[in-house]
Design a protein around this ligand. Structure first.
Ligand SMILES: [Zn+2]
Length: 114
């Protein structure tokens, strides 16, 4: 929308607000202003949730000898084993970023699993 339309709309909104105040209906102006404030705040907050960080490069195997890379949720305790990394951004769980941990693993005695 061109800037001139924004100015015209803003001018009309201010004129309508002044007219409503003049006829004693300032409560309508306050309700519309409060509704606009809530709408703009909600859009600003939820816009951040809809933006995801894409891959930062080709996926890379991240196996380390003797350790498991595990993403852990510090809120509920869920853990995910990381085998391939496609992005530097950690996954989220319980609305929080998961924490990357290196957990040592013991070599199994059964040679079929080594
Ligand atoms: Zn969780």
């Amino acid at each position: 929308m061109p800037r001139s339309w924004w100015r015209l709309g803003l001018l009309l909104a201010v004129a309508a607000a002044v007219l409503l105040f003049a006829v004693g209906r300032g409560d309508v102006v306050a309700a519309v202003a409060l509704g606009a404030l809530i709408l703009l705040t909600g859009r600003a907050v939820f816009r951040g949730y809809s933006v995801t960080k894409g891959p930062t490069g080709p996926p890379v195997d991240v196996q380390e000898e003797g350790t498991l890379l595990v993403f852990a949720c510090e809120t509920c305790g869920e853990q995910l084993v990381l085998l391939r990394r496609g992005t530097d951004a950690p996954p989220r769980h319980c609305a929080e970023k998961m924490v990357l941990r290196r957990i040592p693993v013991e070599r199994r005695a059964d040679p079929r699993f080594n």
